[in-house]
Design a protein around this ligand. Structure first.
Ligand SMILES: C[S@@+](CC[C@H](N)C(=O)[O-])C[C@H]1O[C@@H](n2cnc3c(N)ncnc32)[C@H](O)[C@@H]1O
Length: 272
């Protein structure tokens, strides 16, 4: 087993709270992708890099009491939170394995493997997908979801919203991560051995007064702060993190913008 030494965003309580809030905002898009991919009652499903368990909980709803979900993650902190939330929900069909996706000794046959915001953090996502697809029965499903982050912003753009979207995209780029991985999922799936995967983006839109959107944007900047500073994208004074959420919220209302969330792109295919 390993610990989470390489995951860019870490897992302190603020990051877990941010993941929970992000998951609430992504829930409708996630459900749409899972349903279209064919996650259905009775299925036995693996959730790759489950984090705080949000995708596993949505899968548990779809597979029902006759199905089951196993979430895998390398972070002890995230899994402790996920286990606590599983108890709160009294879910008997959700369990977790603490391990690295590269080495976890999972055996047995599954009806589906799913994963959201996972591939971005893996050095060789195609290989990991190929390995887990080997655990899925013929006719079963592999479904992954990643962001197309460059789709995020406000309509119309404002000086502040352009600044924030630049900070996010640029810090990912400088950390060697692909902010448009979602848009490339068809290629990733092909390289993992799936020809003709279905790839669909779902984008959420919020009105100017929706505080959750400002919280989401400021939350990710707070998490990325060390990367922003280390890679020279922005100084702490430029970001002024303690006032950022308020400034974004006021800016959105002042310019009466529509807030465009990052597109969540889902890609899925059947195992031949
Ligand atoms: C952005 S979070 C996504 C969590 C969850 N899938 C969701 O959408 O809410 C990414 C997760 O990937 C996990 N992770 C990153 N690399 C991993 C690896 N090699 N093995 C297992 N988990 C990994 C991190 O610990 C983190 O919980």
């Amino acid at each position: 087993m390993t610990t989470d030494t390489t995951y860019l965003l870490g897992h302190d309580p603020a990051e877990l709270a941010r993941l929970e809030q992000q998951a609430r905002m992504l829930a409708p898009a996630t459900r749409t992708v899972l349903e279209l991919a064919g996650i259905a009652p009775g299925m036995r499903v693996l959730d790759l890099s489950t984090g705080a368990g949000d995708v596993a909980f949505q899968v548990a709803e779809l597979v029902g009491p006759t199905g089951s979900v196993i979430g895998i993650d390398q972070s002890v902190k995230a899994l402790a939170f996920a286990a606590h939330r599983t108890e709160q929900r009294a879910l008997a069909n959700v369990s977790f394995i603490h391990d690295d996706l590269h080495t976890v000794p999972v055996t047995g046959e599954f009806d589906a493997v799913v994963g959201r915001l996972v591939l971005l953090y893996l050095p060789d996502p195609e290989n990991v997908l190929r390995r887990f697809a080997g655990l899925v029965r013929t006719g079963g499903v592999v479904a992954v979801m990643e962001y197309e982050m460059t789709a995020a912003g406000t309509l119309p753009p404002t000086t502040l919203s352009e600044q924030v979207t630049f900070w996010i995209a640029e810090s990912f780029r400088r950390a060697g991560l692909d902010a448009s991985l979602g848009a490339r999922l068809a290629q990733v799936m092909r390289h993992a051995g799936f020809n003709g995967a279905t790839v669909l983006g779902v984008q959420g839109y919020c009105e100017a007064g929706d505080r959750d959107a400002a919280r989401m944007a400021a939350g990710i900047i707070r998490t990325l702060l060390p990367v922003l500073e280390k890679t020279g994208v922005a100084t702490p004074e430029e970001v002024d993190i303690d006032t950022l959420e308020d400034r974004i919220a006021r800016d959105c209302v002042h310019h009466d913008v529509i807030f465009k969330l990052p597109t969540l792109v889902g890609a899925w295919a059947r195992v031949a």
